[in-house]
Design a protein around this ligand. Structure first.
Ligand code: HEM
Length: 424
């Protein structure tokens, strides 16, 4: 039976959709699930032409890695599947003028990547994060106070999910409270580049929007860094401007682009995990009841399961540095591969009944924080902590809170929820 005018044909084969067509990413989640199920069932990864963009020439196309095994293997082989040479956070190559603000370590390879990661890891130690643990707890408690004051019917994303990661990352960097709104807005613009709500929607001006937001965040950190060089405190910016390893320290550009990476990576991802977490609890009352039997004891499993199913980062890209065969497929030098973490986290050959939210699940590993390799999420420990503390507070004080139908971010890169009504 053919579709009525205005309706889309259902997805029954890989010929029914195109991952490079932006409209695909606005389709209902059920259709996205079906599409990736079909991609995982192919004998070798599908190859797509790249989307056309105004800011870069059209590249050679990409293999869409949808299976868990391919993503693990590619992540373990950074010398073949590299993150530099055009970037990991975008499918078309990043134009050189973007590097000033977005050319941080996520878009680099060793030895530059290793050098940067070494310097920032010094400042980003578990000890540094531990120092902020009490702050995370106090902030989560205040957020739930605010939620109770607002009452049922408010927007869970802006009142709860967005607040904790924003406050924590800003506090860690030493950004004053008066600038929280500015950081929130600019990081939305960077990751919500195509969503009309965040000023996007017009591909012709998307690049300009992105650059402006990057430049504005950069200015904020350069001012702060200059001040902290003279007046150091215990914050991360002070540690970074003064971090000195074997005579090496971050240049101004490295500091600015790392800061932009941190605020963007640290904000949006954790926010979306918390929002999806509430949605998952709402749809799965048995799992909520189970979690409530032992809030602390079940937290680690529940948090991993939230990150697996939320998969806030849909994909990362790599470029092939030399002809290479992997799991029976030949990848040619210069081609691109896109690692669809969201799909790997639903791979039926690894996860039984993969769409089920099961806080006791032991299979894995999931790849929500990336695959095993040099770029594994630097903030994974902090993100787990924030999600744990936020849900502990919610489950203790508003145990039956429910999230309504999510308003999704229009993005192929971030699996985001912009707004979601909550009731309790
Ligand atoms: C649920 C929350 C989070 C998710 C799902 C997430 C996801 C990811 C993923 C998939 C990568 C891998 C990139 C790649 O392989 O190319 C990554 C890298 C990274 N993440 Fe996260 N992230 C989260 C939270 C955070 C937080 C809270 C921070 C910092 C405060 C952070 C900072 C970073 C940084 C700096 C990198 C780059 C590491 C490198 O290139 O060496 N992330 N993240």
């Amino acid at each position: 039976m053919s579709a009525m005018p205005g309706e889309r044909e259902p997805i029954t084969s890989v010929a029914d959709f195109d991952l490079s067509d932006y409209a695909f990413w606005a389709r209902p989640m059920r259709e996205r699930e079906r599409a990736f199920e079909l991609l995982r069932a192919l004998p070798s990864p599908a190859f797509y032409a790249e989307p056309e963009v105004s800011f870069a020439p059209r590249g050679p196309g990409y293999h869409a890695l949808a299976r868990h095994a391919d993503i693990l293997e590619a992540s373990r082989s950074p010398e073949v599947f590299c993150s530099g040479d055009g970037g990991a956070t975008n499918i078309p190559d990043m134009p050189p003028e973007f590097a000033e603000y977005f050319g941080s370590m996520i878009n680099m390879d060793d030895p530059r990547h290793a050098r940067l990661r070494r310097i920032v890891s010094r400042a980003f130690t578990p000890k540094m994060i531990k120092q902020f643990e009490a702050d995370v707890e106090a902030a989560a408690a205040r957020i739930v106070d605010g939620l109770l004051e607002k009452g049922p019917g408010c927007d869970f994303v802006t009142e709860v999910a967005a607040r904790l990661p924003l406050k924590i990352i800003c506090d860690m960097m030493g950004i004053p409270e008066r600038d929280y709104g500015f950081v929130f807005d600019r990081s939305n613009r960077i990751l919500g580049g195509f969503d009309p709500e965040y000023g996007g929607g017009d591909p012709a001006t998307a690049a300009e929007h992105l650059l402006t937001a990057g430049m504005e965040l950069d200015r904020l950190v350069q001012d702060l860094a200059a001040y902290r060089t003279e007046h150091p405190t215990g914050d991360l910016t002070s540690a970074l401007v003064n971090a000195n390893i074997d005579g090496e320290r971050l240049t101004g550009q490295e500091l600015g682009s790392f800061f932009i990476l941190l605020v963007v990576a640290g904000n949006e991802t954790t926010r979306n995990a918390i929002s999806y977490g509430l949605r998952l609890l709402t749809r799965n009352p048995d799992q909520r009841a189970l979690w409530l039997t032992d809030v602390d004891g079940h937290a680690p499993g529940a948090v991993e399961e939230i990150v697996r199913l939320a998969s806030p980062v849909n994909f990362m890209r790599r470029k092939v540095t030399r002809d290479h065969e992997m799991n029976g497929t030949l990848y040619r030098k210069g081609e691109k591969v896109v690692l669809y973490y969201w799909s790997a986290n639903r791979d039926e050959s690894v996860f039984t009944d993969p769409l089920r939210f099961d806080i006791l699940r032991t299979e894995g590993p999931h790849v929500g924080f990336g695959g095993p390799g040099p770029h594994f999420c630097l903030g994974a420990h902090l993100a787990r902590r924030e999600i744990t503390v936020m849900f502990r507070e919610l489950l203790r004080r508003v145990p039956h809170i429910e999230g309504g139908s999510p308003q999704r971010l229009y993005s192929s890169f971030i699996n985001g929820i912009k707004h979601m009504r909550c009731d309790f």
